[in-house]
Design a protein around this ligand. Structure first.
Ligand code: SF4
Length: 365
């Protein structure tokens, strides 16, 4: 071995030792740990047999794909916590997680692990290959081909993607397909890294990117989204995508009743979207699923105490907003879409409308 190589190896070993000294020790798990952050977040390998979920499996009108289970952005209103809980319970039932690990992977209140124990769907391409065969068997070529939406339950460009590149590998594979209908939903400017692949997909398929942003108020975002990127960086990413010829727009989900649903707030978002060159803006109200309440309601109590009683009454026994509120918000959104020159639509994301409407009650706007 030459001296340069020996020095490089010794420097690497010393860096590894330094790392071992600052990281809390963890014992081997049946689920391989791929990485760990200083604040304790762990990234755990998951080798799925299937990665593309059919509409029959999920009850929505599109196929969905999520490269990660759990999301470090940790939005307090995120409804995807149930999916993480389900993955952990399945691993425990299958004997892959011991009882102690199960407690760790659930977290003290049942919601923390979603943000701090991230499952990474490694070796995704084998699963995708067989899923695509299944997809093409059931979806004839043509404009009606069912969309494939990436990022319906967790963000495909969350910080882990910088290292693991699972989303990029999926997109590279989809770029070799013809006449797909692909949607991507993300809060992360990291998507701009993959503009080359997105352009390649767009050459053969229909592609739409939804940049998710609920407010241009960075201070408010910090209160309700634990570790998400700033509004300005998301808008810059939107601008880059549009400049690269990718059809991209804003998805405002959720609109938080009493917090972000006033005209001034929504106007600021629509204006920012227009200035960034967005092709569309969709918006939809908060759904307060059971898995969201434990995380979101304490934040509401702390930051917006005046709204607590109103939320509890409006969402009592249901997850969706009342019909009167939904109608008023939809009317407001349509007016803004018209005023800022965006296509006018009825729902949050017309193409990706859930098949089952939420149960609704009554709340004044
Ligand atoms: S970025 Fe999306 S998936 Fe991640 S926590 Fe926020 S809402 Fe949930």
């Amino acid at each position: 071995m030459d001296v340069g190589k020996r020095e490089a190896n010794s420097a690497k070993r010393s860096r590894q030792l330094q790392l071992l000294n600052v990281l809390p020790p963890y014992r081997p798990s049946a689920l391989p740990i791929l990485d760990q952050r200083l604040r304790g977040t762990k990234f755990v390998e998951l080798t799925p047999r299937s990665i593309l979920n059919s509409p029959e499996q999920t009850g929505v009108d599109f196929w969905s794909l999520n490269p990660y289970v759990g999301c470090e952005f940790g939005c307090t209103y995120c409804y995807a916590r149930y999916a993480h809980r389900y993955a952990v319970e399945r691993a425990h039932d299958a004997g892959t997680l011991s009882d102690a690990e199960f407690r760790e992977f659930r977290g003290e209140h049942g919601w923390e692990a979603f943000e701090r124990r991230i499952f990474v769907k490694e070796r995704v391409l084998d699963a995708l290959e067989s899923d695509l065969r299944r997809y093409f068997r059931t979806n004839a070529r043509g404009p009606e081909r069912t969309p494939i939406v990436i990022g319906t339950a967790t963000d495909p460009y969350q910080p882990a993607e910088r290292r693991f590149r699972i989303t990029r590998r999926v997109l590279e594979r989809l770029a070799r397909c013809e006449a797909l209908n692909v949607g991507i939903i993300t809060k992360s400017p990291l998507i701009a890294r993959d503009v080359d692949v997105l352009r390649a997909i767009r050459e053969r398929s229909d592609l739409e990117v939804h940049i998710s942003l609920i407010s241009v108020d960075a201070a408010l975002i910090k209160r309700v989204e634990a570790r998400s990127p700033t509004p300005a960086t998301r808008l810059r990413a939107l601008e880059k995508l549009v400049a690269a010829g990718v059809r991209a727009g804003l998805i405002v989900a959720p609109v938080l009743p009493g917090i972000t649903d006033d005209v001034a707030h929504l106007e600021a978002l629509f204006r920012a979207a227009r200035d960034a060159g967005a092709r569309f803006v969709h918006a939809g109200p908060l759904r307060l699923y059971a898995a969201v309440r434990d995380r979101f309601l304490p934040v509401l109590e702390e930051g917006f105490p005046d709204l607590v009683a109103r939320y509890r009454h409006a969402y009592e026994g249901r997850s969706g907003v009342p019909p009167a509120y939904a109608r008023a918000l939809a009317a407001r959104v349509k007016k803004l879409q018209a005023r800022f020159g965006f296509p006018i639509n009825d729902g949050m994301v017309d193409r990706y409308r859930p098949r089952h409407a939420p149960v609704q009650g009554s709340l004044d706007l």
